[in-house]
Design a binder for this molecule. Structure first.
Ligand code: FE2
Length: 193
């Protein structure tokens, strides 16, 4: 079968097929929105591709947690997805669940922002408004230093990603918040606002 260029509807249908857990779907949507925001920020041409890779990056996690970042190749190949999309998804787990290094700028951004969306979500949910809409980067930076808070968020991965991108962490945090705000309602972070 010839490879397809997946569109957003196909990617979303695939996500829903493999993921039933609401918080995983929200995470996928948060990463998609952040990838779209960075594609815009960095003036990338293939914005849709950035979003799609973000949307499906954890596709295999719910059903194959022991083969996370591995099984996804088989699933995407069955669906005739092209190699560059597959490589991008695999490389987000570099050093964690895959030994495929992020090379493209899209891959480096995904690697950097994946864990960070988790820290930002946890920080927003701690706030009285439970909203990302009125949250500033400084709240997240404070929680960044508190290693006991959202301890599962691997700060070293984010630091390594920021180095790869040549971007300062504070700026990355600000931009991820902006990206996630665009889908605040869909990802459950509109809160009381
Ligand atoms: Fe993820």
């Amino acid at each position: 079968m010839d490879k397809i260029i997946p569109n957003r509807d196909e990617a979303y249908a695939l996500l829903k097929k493999y993921n039933k857990n609401e918080s995983l779907i929200r995470h996928a949507l948060a990463v998609e929105a952040t990838m779209l925001h960075f594609a815009e920020l960095l003036k990338e041409d293939d914005k849709e591709k950035w979003g799609i890779v973000g949307l499906v990056h954890d596709l295999d996690y719910e059903q194959y947690p022991d083969q996370h970042c591995i099984k996804v190749r088989e699933i995407l190949l069955e669906n005739n997805w092209p190699e560059d999309y597959i490589h991008a998804v695999e490389s987000h787990g570099w050093g964690l669940c895959a030994d495929i290094e992020p090379v493209e700028r899209m891959e480096k951004v995904l690697y950097t922002i994946d864990e960070l969306t988790g820290l930002i979500t946890a920080t927003a949910l701690m706030r009285p408004s439970k909203s990302i809409l009125d949250m500033e980067a400084k709240s997240v930076k404070k929680k960044w230093k508190d290693k006991g808070f959202a301890a599962g968020v691997n700060r070293e991965v984010i630091e390594q990603g920021a180095k790869m991108l040549g971007m300062e962490i504070g700026m990355i945090i600000e931009e991820v918040i902006k990206g996630m705000r665009k889908v605040a309602e869909e990802i459950g972070l509109k809160g009381q606002l």
